[in-house]
Design a protein around this ligand. Structure first.
Ligand code: AMP
Length: 420
């Protein structure tokens, strides 16, 4: 399989699918350009080799052509970071765009308008009447799937080689993230540096695991993490479950949890997960004590209590000192670490200590040679907040894509290129 380093892009036109889905303020200023910066090494390497770029991305979730989601808003920043005057095609397909792509010379770059302005990108019908019959819906689905083939073929026709560097959408079987790969032979489709790094990091954790392997799952709810927890139970030595889901477990075993967050319809599931961990010989580590508040606020009065004995009118908003000690001990003795989700309401400084302690323990283990992967929205925000982002082995840029890989699923964007 070709890689970014083995492939010589000289004289070649590359269609690069990136994830430039960046947040914009009401004046269309980019408020966080991390995603653009993440793709720059791939784009620069292609230009440096003497190739030319056709850059495709989505922005937001438009339901058609919408100025708000035009990629023209981000063009100046892309040009600045790429250090090249990037051209813009105000339609991702069409005669004019074809002409622009055709005359691109080595070292030149063309940014296409938002791919999702076309329903064909996602392959989902739009504008189906609310009272449409099942037949009408089926016909609309079939029609968009048909026209998706033409759309994909057009995108592919601009380029000699296809590069996917959009980890954020690698779990979607969309035209530009997966289907397009069929129009290139095995030697002319490859992962960009970012996507390759993400795959390597997840596989190092999930497949080439050095033991002990500890996963720390936090966040607010158990319901959004069930599949991950189940898959992890087959892989890890230690599973630390913390954050808001603590109280669903506590209540399931008869604890008093005050006003703590709880999913009453998941009490049986919590019991099942505990049983499953036992059967599989996994050391399931739950918080035993909590830092509690009398309101969901940074200014709440605070105290500490056992998680099974939280007074009425109080809620668990962070782990307590005893849990902090247990978690730290387990993490520090690990050789592979995966962290997804804060162990408390880290956005409130008064309830951020537990997450900070976890982050510090991960840094300490990493310094001793462990491989640590931090990913999934809020834990990334945590390591950034605590200044630890460059002290862990890898910080993932992916949300849904990362979680699906941890769930053990094969991502369509990955399979389209390497076949598995
Ligand atoms: P998730 O998106 O499920 O990973 O949840 C992340 C959110 O969980 C963060 O915004 C945290 O503030 C929140 N969280 C963590 N611990 C608790 C808790 N004990 N009670 C309520 N929310 C929590």
């Amino acid at each position: 399989m070709q890689t970014m380093d083995s492939f010589n892009f000289a004289g070649k036109k590359a269609f690069v699918r990136v994830d430039f889905n960046v947040p914009l303020d009401e004046n269309f200023n980019i408020t966080d350009d991390t995603r653009i910066r993440a793709a720059i090494p791939t784009l620069k390497k292609i230009l440096k080799d003497g190739g030319s770029l056709i850059i495709g991305s989505h922005l937001g979730r438009p339901k058609g052509v919408t100025d708000k989601y035009s990629l023209k808003h981000i063009l100046p920043r892309v040009s600045e970071l790429l250090e090249v005057d990037v051209q813009f095609a105000d339609d991702c397909i069409g005669v004019e765009t074809e002409a622009k792509a055709a005359v691109l010379r080595p070292g030149e770059a063309l940014l296409l308008e938002n791919l999702r302005f076309y329903a064909e990108e996602e392959g989902k019908p739009r504008g189906v009447a609310e009272d449409a019959t099942a037949e009408e819906i089926a016909a609309a689905k079939k029609a968009v799937k048909e026209s998706q083939k033409e759309f994909t073929k057009k995108l592919a026709s601009y380029a000699d080689v296809y590069v996917n560097d959009a980890f954020g959408t690698a779990h979607r079987a969309h035209a530009s993230t997966a289907l397009i790969a069929d129009y290139f032979d095995a030697d002319h489709k490859l992962f960009g540096y970012l996507l390759q790094n993400e795959i390597t990091a997840v596989e190092k954790v999930m497949k080439e695991t050095e033991r002990p392997f500890t996963a720390i799952m936090g966040g607010s709810k158990v319901s959004s993490k069930i599949e991950i927890i189940q898959n992890l139970l087959d892989k890890v030595d230690n599973l630390i479950l913390a954050g808001g889901m603590t109280y669903t477990f506590s209540k399931a075993f008869g604890g008093n949890i005050g006003t703590s967050i709880v999913e009453d319809d998941k009490l049986d599931l919590a019991k099942e997960l505990v049983e499953m961990a036992k059967t599989k010989g996994v050391n399931l580590v739950l918080a035993t004590d909590a830092k509690i508040g009398d309101a969901f606020s940074n200014d709440a009065n605070t105290n500490f209590a056992p998680v099974k004995d939280i007074p009425e009118g109080w809620e668990g908003l962070d782990i307590g000192p005893e849990s902090e000690k247990t978690f730290t001990e387990v993490i520090k003795n690990s050789k592979t670490i995966l962290w997804n989700g804060p162990v408390g309401v880290f956005e409130f400084d008064n309830f951020a200590n537990g997450s900070r302690a976890v982050s510090e323990a991960i840094v300490a283990a990493t310094e001793k040679g462990a491989f640590s992967l931090v990913g999934g929205g809020d834990s990334v925000a945590c390591v950034n907040k605590f200044g630890h982002a460059d002290k862990v082995s890898y910080v993932s840029t992916g949300g849904g894509a990362l979680l699906e890989m941890i769930e053990g699923k094969v991502l369509p964007g990955v399979k389209a290129i390497r076949g598995y």
